[in-house]
Design a binder for this molecule. Structure first.
Ligand code: SPD
Length: 279
């Protein structure tokens, strides 16, 4: 049978992978951190026994959290990433030559250090001179940062429990709105529309209280509950339907999953979400 690592979801289901060996196990001030070698998907990161990223399928999640915003915002010189301590999100952001600076604010230094050591295939851009990694609380950072300092903000958090809970609050979204320039975009990971319907809708409705438009979009992530995940695109005057052709061509040529057709299709909304958003 061998050793299996299971994420238990809501006490009624499990997402399990066969584990060949444990590479890192630690307890930071914020959470339990594990990095394991799985038989199916290579090395994988878990926080508090919840799957975060696995080498064999992380590209879908990281391409989807980054490229819809980065192909549509007119200017993308200054990008803020909150969370994302495994390095996959900043790797995708730094594929754009127009990006001049990425500030990444991650609360848990141990996640960054363990990922740098054991997940080098995910975090391939740690040494990019445009990247400025700050260890600190994203909530405090956005509260104190000056208005209109970023063209794109990406929130690559864990689930809305424990250390990430405050990253789903209305006051946090208000600070993100203030930090964005006109014609800027905020994207947040927004849980599973099926396995975490209540959380997903709460995120969309909370964002809607702050941004005049909110557009959820969807894609597969096999190691997350439900296997089908979502992100929410909250623009200040940017149209998600208009990716810039030159940028799209360059990005889709090298992506595992993301392309123009996926971009357009991902924004199709299930009826249950549509109804909740107009109610
Ligand atoms: N259920 C897990 C949700 C985690 C989303 N963020 C993952 C971080 C990958 N960079």
């Amino acid at each position: 049978m061998g050793l299996w690592y299971d994420e238990e979801h809501a006490g009624i289901s499990r997402i399990g992978l066969k584990v060949e060996r444990t590479l890192f196990m630690g307890q930071s001030p914020y959470q339990k951190i594990a990095i394991v070698e799985t038989a199916a998907l290579g090395r994988a990161l878990l926080l508090d026994d919840t799957w975060m990223a696995a080498e064999g399928e992380e590209r879908i999640y990281h391409e989807m959290i980054v490229h819809p915003a980065l192909t549509t915002a007119p200017r993308i010189c200054r990008v803020l990433v909150i969370g994302g301590g495994d390095g996959g999100t900043v790797r995708e952001v730094l594929r754009y030559p127009e990006v001049e600076r990425v500030d990444q604010v991650e609360i848990d230094e141990m996640v960054v250090q363990a990922s740098q050591e054991y997940l080098p295939s995910i975090g391939t851009a740690w040494n990019d001179p445009r990247l400025n990694v700050l260890i600190g609380d994203g909530i405090v950072f956005v509260r104190d940062a000056p208005a209109a300092s970023y063209e794109v903000i990406l929130v690559d958090s864990s689930d809305p429990v424990g250390p990430a809970k405050g990253l789903f609050s209305e006051s946090f979204y208000r600070d993100c709105h203030r930090l964005l320039v006109e014609n800027g975009v905020l994207v947040v990971q927004s849980e599973s529309p099926f396995a975490m319907r209540r959380e997903h809708l709460n995120i969309l409705l909370t964002l809607k209280a702050v941004f005049s438009e909110v557009h959820p979009y969807y894609g597969p992530v096999s190691i997350y509950p439900g296997g089908f995940w979502s992100w929410a695109y909250a623009p200040r005057g940017v149209d998600w339907r208009q990716p810039l052709s030159e940028r799209m061509l360059a990005i889709e040529a090298e992506s595992e999953y993301y392309n123009r057709t996926i971009h357009m299709a991902a924004f199709a909304q299930p009826n249950c979400v549509q109804r909740a958003l107009v109610a």
